[in-house]
Design a protein around this ligand. Structure first.
Ligand code: ATP
Ligand code: MG
Length: 406
């Protein structure tokens, strides 16, 4: 079936009064950017939606280009015809005939947005439905639970005829709700947390802590590869701050308080990230914590870790099950990278029995004895390197059993 238009419908942000125009403009930019490879497409923004005039292009590949864009709640490929009865009837039959010939039920739903059209919506339901029925012997009408809903929208400039409504990710256009720093490890969770934050319209900059030479170059490359994958959802570019963490980690390990090392590491990560947030104009920090998953993610641990931060801590996955997180990681393409085995700085220093319920006073006390703690924090911040990743960025990462490029 050769459709000639895509309808991109906006998500929930259309209800947000005076911000709406700003959101819509931003979304239009993102769509335009995603379609730069197609120079002859025409885009048009109208109330609550964007029309993409396909100009002879197949709809499938173009849907693939735009379906991940945050702020788009659904997409329909449609036929456009003059707003007159006969062309509408013909197009309706054509759309219904594009389904393989099996017995099916359908109903026609016509919406007359242009009141100058001579028939009412009700009349049109019958005129369109009847025409299809007469010409397509395998179809039956079922107005309550139709297998196919044939939709017609009549406007002054044209009428739209379509059946398919593809649900997409929704949310807010990227970057319309402020900026936050994402603590990005090499694991499964934090890239997914980043995606969820981006879907709410947050602009994200990633921060990764590495402990070279305790952790390999490969562990760092893995995070670079993950950032590159995530950049696809961030309008094509994602900033990654790489922070050396070896000295702090060594200092914590030397305190001989093994069960508290992870707690102290997490608190230091937040402190450093908070300083980076200040430098880069971010107002929150995002982590991939999920309640109860590991010792540092019990309520007790989260409480003591969170006390080190004064910016809001956003934990998009906190109530999600691992399986849901994994499914999302697969859908956004980060999963195959995340499961590569290179250890990150935390796995390396994991004590035999990390505290699941650290005591804030004790932790603060031990931290007060860490030699030159403030200087180490400052130094980590000042030695952070920043990279800008794009989806095309290639990283060579080999998994132990097979050669793979990411
Ligand atoms: P993930 O799969 O994201 O690594 P996890 O379940 O393995 O999460 P932890 O390793 O305990 O959990 O980490 C909890 C959160 O702390 C991570 O989701 C991430 O936001 C942050 N974090 C952990 N290690 C790092 C690191 N090396 N650099 C940046 N952030 C980190
Ligand atoms: Mg981890």
């Amino acid at each position: 079936m050769r459709y000639d238009m895509l309808i991109l419908r906006f998500g929930e942000f259309t209800i947000k009064g005076k911000n709406r125009n700003r959101f819509e403009k931003r979304l239009m930019e993102h769509v335009r950017q995603a379609l730069t490879g197609y120079t002859d497409l025409k885009l048009q923004r109208t109330f609550g939606r964007i029309y993409v005039y396909l100009n002879g292009h197949e709809h499938g590949p173009i849907i693939e280009q735009v379906r991940d864009i945050f702020g788009i709640a659904s997409i329909s490929p449609a036929l456009t015809v003059p707003p007159e009865l006969i062309p509408i009837q013909t197009a309706s039959l054509q759309v219904m005939e594009s389904y393989d010939s099996k017995e099916r039920t359908f109903k026609a739903t016509v919406r007359r947005a242009w009141k100058g059209f001579p028939h009412t919506s009700q009349e049109m339901n019958h005129l369109v439905g009847g025409h299809v029925l007469r010409n397509h012997p395998l179809l039956k009408v079922n107005v309550h639970q139709p297998q196919i809903e044939l939709r017609v929208e009549i406007q002054e400039a044209f009428a739209l005829v379509y059946c398919e409504v593809i649900r997409t990710v929704g949310g807010f256009p990227y970057g319309t709700n402020g900026k936050a720093m994402l603590l990005l490890s090499g694991g499964i969770d934090s890239p997914v947390a980043g995606w969820h934050a981006m879907r709410r319209g947050l602009e994200v900059e990633a921060v990764h802590f590495y402990s070279y030479p305790f952790t390999s170059e490969q562990a760092r490359d893995k995070v670079i590869a993950l950032s590159s994958r995530l950049s696809r959802f961030a309008g094509g570019q994602l900033k990654l701050h790489l922070v050396p963490f070896t000295e702090l980690q060594t200092a914590f390990a030397s305190m001989k308080q093994d069960p508290l090392v992870i707690t102290m590491m997490r608190r230091a990560m937040l402190r450093i990230t908070e300083r980076l947030a200040e430098q880069h104009g971010a107002l929150a920090m995002i982590t991939g914590d999920s309640l109860g998953q590991v010792a540092s993610q019990t309520l007790g641990s989260m409480n003591v870790i969170g006390r080190a931060a004064s910016l809001p801590l956003l934990r998009p996955l906190v109530m999600m099950d691992k399986q849901e997180i994994i499914e999302r990681a697969e859908a956004i393409g980060t999963y195959p990278v995340s499961i590569l085995p290179y250890e990150d700085c935390c796995t390396l220093f994991v004590p035999k029995s990390p505290s699941t319920n650290p005591n804030l006073r004790v932790v603060e006390k031990v931290e007060s004895f860490v030699p030159e703690y403030d200087r180490l924090l400052e130094e980590a911040v000042s030695k952070a390197e920043t990279m800008i990743l794009e989806p095309e960025h290639q990283v060579q990462l080999t998994s132990p059993d097979e050669e793979d490029w990411f």
